[in-house]
Structure formats: C-alpha cells, structure tokens
Ligand binder design. Structure first.
Ligand code: ATP
Ligand code: MG
Length: 244
C-alpha cells in the first residue's frame, strides 16, 4: 500500500453508503435496528452536519463510515475502499491515512502526554516524514490553543481541553476526511466558536467533513444537513449558500 491518502476521481463520491443497515441483537434479546437502509453519497469537499435525537443512530453511522463497525447488510465505501473487504490491519492503516476521527466519548490514551498522543498517530501511519512530526504536533496544538499543555497527561486537562487535543490528534496525518461526533459538545461558547472556525478552515483546505452536532453555530456553517430519525434519513438538505 502506498503511504499517500486517497484522491477520488473527478466527481466521484468520497464516502458512499448503499442500503447500509446495522442491527444489534443482545444475547437472548430482541434485535434492535439502529440503522435501517442508509444510502448516502458525499462528494469530496462537502461539509455535512448530521442531526437527530439521542438514539437516532448518529454515532452508529459514523462508526460504519470509520470502519469501526461493520454494517449488518449493505455496503460502505470511503476514500477508495469498500470497507468490508479490508482486514482489521489494513483498515487501521486505511483509517490512519484517510480519516481524522473525533469521538463522542473516548478520547486520548491516558498514559501518554498530549503531544505523545499526537506523535503516536503520526508514527503509526508513517505519512508525515519522521523529522517533521514534532513540529507538526506543536503546530496542531498551537492551532487548538493547547501548546502550553503539550507535556501534560490527558487527565490533567479539562474536558474541553481534552476535546481540543483530540481534534488536534484527528488532524495529525492531514486526513482528507474528518468525522466528528459532537466535537463542540464539551466546550464553552468561546472555545466552541474557535473550533467552528477551525473546521471552516479545513473546508477551505478542501477537506470533507461529516459532523454530528447539536450546535446550531456549527450546523449553520454546514453545506448540507441530514436528519436521522429511528435509524433512517428523513431529511437531506443542501443549503443554497453551499460552496460545494
Ligand atoms: N453496541 C450496541 N449494542 C446495542 N445497541 C446499540 C449499540 N450501539 C448503539 N445501540 C443502539 O442503537 C441506537 C442508536 O445509537 P447511537 O449511539 O447511534 O445513537 P446517537 O444518535 O448517536 O445518540 P446520542 O445523540 O445519544 O449520541 C440506540 O438505541 C442505541 O441504544
Ligand atoms: Mg451518539
């Protein structure tokens, strides 16, 4: 595998789901349909906000696109791969090269400092040349306003600082796709505003963003808003002012 990240052919979607479903069956229990036939096509450079009530399937959808979970039926393509065809090892590398993921809950590795968390992401993928990694980690932390926290363990940071560190880590390998699950959920309004600006800069750089959010300031900036209800897409609206 080459170390470069995927560039789609002109006009081809960067993310595509075809009738993807996800069901959970607890041992001895009834099957729960978390996603019911999701079809979605996301061109490169798009900025999608995913809305929906708690339990509507937002995180489940992100997990499928990130290859962290496999669909029960249907297909998921992202950054040039049909995810079900990749082994776990290949999937981890594919993810490292192509995806920045900001999780809803799980964040940083607790035994590594903030900057080590970011360096580890770069070391694992090998996309950023080794001599450039330290400076890049510093630049990313500076961008999220955490340069002075680099040597601390995550547990010594506030929730909002950890969230920003997780955003810096998600960008470590300069991924073409950024997936984020409530990235401003733990932030005060000022820091949330800075994160919204940061995401906007990513769009200007040509990144593709798919963000689950309740934050109206963030959703307002999106090019396209999809609404999930009970595991189905019930609205998919592209804004008139879209730059995509
Ligand atoms: N591993 C799992 N096992 C069983 N059920 C699950 C599992 N993961 C998710 N679910 C169920 O699937 C549904 C969708 O969950 P999901 O986490 O995608 O919701 P969400 O839209 O992200 O909600 P929130 O806004 O609260 O984060 C929920 O009813 C949840 O209980
Ligand atoms: Mg969720």
């Amino acid at each position: 595998m080459s170390v470069s990240s995927f560039t789609p052919a002109n006009g081809a979607p960067l993310i595509q789901l075809d009738a993807a479903t996800k069901s959970f069956t607890p041992r001895g229990g009834q099957t729960f349909h978390a996603l019911r036939g999701i079809s979605l096509s996301v061109p490169a450079g798009d900025f999608l906000a995913v809305l929906g009530k708690s339990g509507s399937g937002k995180s489940t959808l992100l997990n499928l696109i990130a290859g962290l979970d496999r669909p029960t039926s249907g297909e998921v393509y992202a950054a040039g791969a049909e995810l079900s065809r990749l082994s776990e090892n290949k999937l981890a590398l594919w993810r490292g090269r192509n995806l920045g993921v900001v999780f809803q809950f799980f964040q940083l590795l607790p035994t590594l400092t903030v900057s080590e968390n970011i360096l580890l992401a770069m070391d694992f993928v090998g996309k950023i040349a080794a001599p450039r990694r330290r400076a890049r980690a510093h630049d990313l932390l500076e961008m999220v306003g955490l340069a002075d926290q680099a040597a601390k363990l995550p547990s010594a940071l506030s929730g909002g600082q950890q969230q920003r560190a997780a955003i810096a880590r998600a960008l470590a390998n300069d991924p073409p796709i950024v997936l984020a699950d409530e990235p401003t959920g733990n932030l005060d309004s000022e820091t949330a505003g800075a994160v919204v600006e940061l995401f906007h800069r990513l769009i200007d750089q040509g990144k593709t963003l798919l963000i689950v959010t309740h934050d109206e300031n963030l959703a307002r900036r999106a090019h396209r808003v999809i609404q999930l209800k009970d595991g189905a897409i019930v609205a998919d609206e592209r804004k008139a002012a879209s730059r995509a």
